[in-house]
Design a protein around this ligand. Structure first.
Ligand code: NDP
Ligand code: DXP
Ligand code: MN
Length: 386
């Protein structure tokens, strides 16, 4: 029986992780449930899964939760509590499925405490990849990726020599705006941007897919997870989201991981690794219905996000921390209708262009770069206000 801490239990990944746990009650138990403010769902989850600890990072929501909860779990409320719950002695696996930079500190602490790590939160590696990977090496922790592309690559690497990689090929659906011109995107709305063609996900990652900043974040995530140079990581568009990613080896052989889009697979594989288990109710591929697997090239002119990601990654130091922070702030401004969709690219580009890169030596360096980049983003947002 593996005891699992689900950081972000009320989100898209968190609820699917609970589905996996529900389907395998003999293998897994949700020991910690953690959320920010969704008290109603957290109460239901607490009732069903009977965890030993519950985290609510928003203080008001925490008080509201406590006034209705009559179970026996220890309840943690407020800032810094994800870290405390993640390192509990009664936890084996920590699934990091909160959104944004909130994943960074609990991931670092969980690694230091010797936990098994299932990492869905890509922002953690984009903001603090150097520190996380250094810590993972120090503690002999093999981070198990949950992000579908990285889980795919992780699977394509099983039994292989990582030194024999020629290229990693990340696939992208292309998002809801595949094939659109800049003119087409001039006035797109939040609801247009939230219509992802193949995946049902949380709001932030869905918007990142629409801008293709998601793929930019994932290129950086792949660099840190697999130790591959940016020049050896390619992106192709696979609009059906059937090929989840590929590894090309030095002999020209390409190994792909495929399947119908279903996040329960990478979540479950991160829990059962190195074993595989049945994923109940998974819709298996119907080869009779599939007449072609499409591959297209990304449009780097419309989706400047990809070019910016490679630039930030190659610049190194705190540049990817800044890339992540500027993107998070620009997305929030778009959600608040302060900037137009295309200005998400402008804001991130301006912040990166005006940033002097500094080395990262400690978590304080990351926190400071993140904070200052958000201040710089706020001024850029003012300039691009609609
Ligand atoms: N959804 C997907 O299919 C995929 C997601 N990912 C990555 O996984 C991560 C989670 O994505 P997703 O599940 O879609 O996101 P959601 O927005 O659906 O869920 C986010 C979760 O994080 C919690 N949360 C939000 N803010 C905070 C905070 N400040 N402190 C602590 N917890 C917080 C939310 O709690 P509450 O509900 O209470 O606000 C919720 O449980 C992201 O990094 C995303 O990029 C990667 C691949 C696929
Ligand atoms: C499911 C998953 O891993 C997402 O990150 C997904 O890849 C987003 O789709 P895009 O390929 O459109 O960014
Ligand atoms: Mn992904």
């Amino acid at each position: 029986m593996k005891e699992i801490a689900i950081l972000g239990s009320t989100g898209s990944i968190g609820t699917q992780a609970l589905e996996v746990i529900r389907l395998h009650p003999d293998l897994f138990h949700a020991q910690v449930l953690a959320a920010h403010g969704n008290v109603e769902l957290l109460l239901k989850q607490a009732h069903e899964f009977n965890p030993s600890a519950i985290v609510i990072t928003d203080k008001d929501a925490g008080e509201k939760f406590k006034s209705s909860y009559n179970g026996s779990a220890e309840v943690y409320i407020g800032d810094g509590t994800l870290e405390k719950a993640a390192v509990r002695d009664d936890v084996d696996i920590v699934l990091v499925s909160v959104v944004g930079i909130n994943g960074l500190l609990p991931t670092l602490e969980a690694i230091r405490a010797g936990k098994e790590i299932a990492l869905a939160n890509k922002e953690t590696l984009v903001a603090g990849g150097a520190l996380v990977i250094e810590e993972a090496k120090k503690h002999h922790t093999l981070i198990r990726p949950v992000d579908s592309e990285h889980s795919a690559i992780f699977q394509c690497l099983l039994g292989q020599d990582i030194k024999k990689i020629h290229k990693l090929i990340l696939t992208s659906s292309g998002g809801p705006f595949l094939g659109k011109t800049r003119e087409d995107l001039e006035n797109v709305s939040l609801s247009d941007a939230l219509k992802h063609p193949t995946w049902h996900m949380g709001q932030k990652v869905t918007l990142d897919s629409a801008t293709m900043f998601n793929k930019g974040l994932e290129v950086i995530e792949a660099h840190w997870l697999f130790g591959v140079d940016y020049d050896d990581i390619d992106v192709v568009i696979q609009p059906q989201s059937i090929i989840h990613s590929m590894v090309e080896y030095i002999d020209g052989s390409i190994i792909a991981q495929m399947g119908n889009p279903d996040m329960r697979l990478p979540i479950q594989f991160a829990f059962t690794y190195p074993k595989r288990m049945e994923t109940p109710s998974h819709e298996f591929m119907d080869w009779k219905k599939l007449s072609a697997i499409k591959i297209l090239q990304p449009d780097y002119k419309v989706f400047r996000s990809l070019k910016l990601a490679y630039q930030a990654g190659k610049a190194g130091g705190d540049m990817t921390t800044v890339f992540n922070a500027a993107n998070e702030e620009a997305i929030k401004a778009f959600i608040r209708s302060e900037i137009k969709f295309l200005s998400i690219f402008d804001v991130v580009e301006e912040v990166l262009d005006n940033w002097d890169v500094h080395d990262i030596h400690s978590i304080e360096d990351v926190i400071s770069a993140d904070k200052n980049a958000r201040i710089a983003s706020a001024s850029a947002i003012q300039r691009f206000k609609c």
